[in-house]
Design a protein around this ligand. Structure first.
Ligand SMILES: [Zn+2]
Ligand SMILES: [Zn+2]
Ligand SMILES: [Zn+2]
Length: 370
């Protein structure tokens, strides 16, 4: 709460054994801290800026459900949750306090002993009862909707919630009251109607001049606020759109367990992988278990393993990994090599050639020795 530079910082120690980090745990204890801090009324708009760990990653269903619970429980008009890009949590001002805390806690180990009953109660803020009560928010609304037999038969409760009240991006998840008086999910707005009407989702950063997408500056907040925006200009998306379509093979020494496969799939769904980067950060459970070839960069070619793998897959160009704009392999190359890797129009324009392997042993090519 608050940043290193202003506001007050709330530090929470927790028992990693009995209170493992999870999205719903964070939201529950966060709500308790808010309720204690704002005695009269919690403000109607809340912005949360966190790192992108699995307990905060806004694209995970578990995190979205927890945030929805927080939104309902706190009766917020607008909830904005933004996370930092992987390995970039330094960008979050609140993280600056970590350097001081690390200094203070250097070489300190903490033992948890039973305190007096009163103190135990005080510290026992986020027990499983509290967490259950949090989930009840959602269940309650779900039951209500079933009672009213709202004509949402074809869609699920969760989808309605997401569709009418939320905006999902790679790095943010926002929930806003819909303002429809017939809505059974949100209560009337707490901000005055005039304020609520001018309340919008936090816009995505867009270049100041959209026609020339490589414009150097982002547009001013005021020019975007309240407008329909998308995250198509997110730097990692622009990078992949315009240049690199490479597909990377993932390697593992051992067969993965079911849990590991699920973890891997979850990660890949939300992946912004850039060639040459390690595939998992050091604190990830799959670190040192799953590898990619880090020598492959956006400038090098695709790896041979992709082409030799027998799983069915679309044909991709050897140099850039793109799938479109295929050039026809010249007959003279097909005649003289066993493998002629695909080449796309773009790469051809940039001066790349068809990459060939394994010369066919005809009398003519034997002498040329390829
Ligand atoms: Zn609503
Ligand atoms: Zn690349
Ligand atoms: Zn290409």
């Amino acid at each position: 709460m608050g940043s290193f530079y202003n506001g007050s910082v709330y530090v929470l120690y927790k028992d990693t054994v009995f209170e493992p980090s999870s999205a719903i745990w964070h939201c529950t204890s966060f709500f308790n801290i808010l309720s204690n801090h704002f005695i009269d009324e919690i403000p109607p708009i809340i912005c949360i800026y966190t790192d992108g760990g699995p307990d905060h990653c806004t694209t995970y269903g578990s995190v979205q459900v927890a945030l929805l619970c927080l939104f309902l429980k706190g009766d917020f008009d607008l909830l904005v949750a933004v996370r930092t890009a992987p390995q970039q949590s330094w960008a979050n001002p609140a993280e600056c306090i970590m350097s001081i805390l690390n200094l203070g806690l250097q070489g300190v180990s903490l033992v948890r002993e039973n305190m007096s009953d009163g103190m135990e109660k005080l510290f026992d803020k986020s027990t499983s009862n509290d967490v259950d009560a949090f989930f009840e928010q959602l269940i309650l609304h779900y039951e209500l909707m079933k009672q009213h037999k709202l004509h949402y038969a074809s869609t699920t409760f969760y989808k309605i919630l997401l569709k009418l009240h939320c905006q999902l991006r790679t790095y943010s998840f926002q929930i806003k009251k819909c303002g429809d008086s017939r809505c059974t999910i949100c209560k009337p707005s707490r901000t005055p109607p005039s304020v609520f009407q001018s309340l919008h989702f936090l816009p995505d950063p867009l270049p100041s001049d959209i026609k020339t997408t490589n414009s150097e500056h982002y547009a001013e907040f005021d020019t975007l606020y309240g407008k329909e925006t998308s995250d198509q200009y997110q730097p990692s998306k622009i990078e992949t759109q315009s240049k690199c379509h490479k597909v990377q093979c993932i390697y593992s020494e051992k067969q993965l367990t079911v849990q590991q496969i699920t973890d891997l799939q979850l990660t890949i769904e939300t992946w912004d992988y850039t060639c040459g980067a390690p595939v998992f950060p050091e604190n990830h459970s799959l670190h040192n278990l799953i590898f990619v070839c880090e020598k492959i960069s956006c400038q090098t070619s695709m790896e041979f393993a992709y082409y030799s793998c027998r799983k069915s897959k679309p044909e991709r160009y050897y140099w850039c990994g793109s799938k479109d704009d295929l050039l026809i392999r010249p007959q003279n190359l097909v005649d003289s090599y066993q493998i002629v890797y695909p080449l796309c129009n773009n790469c051809d324009d940039e001066g790349n050639d068809f990459y060939c392997r394994l010369a066919k042993k005809t009398n003519a090519s034997k002498k040329r020795k390829c």
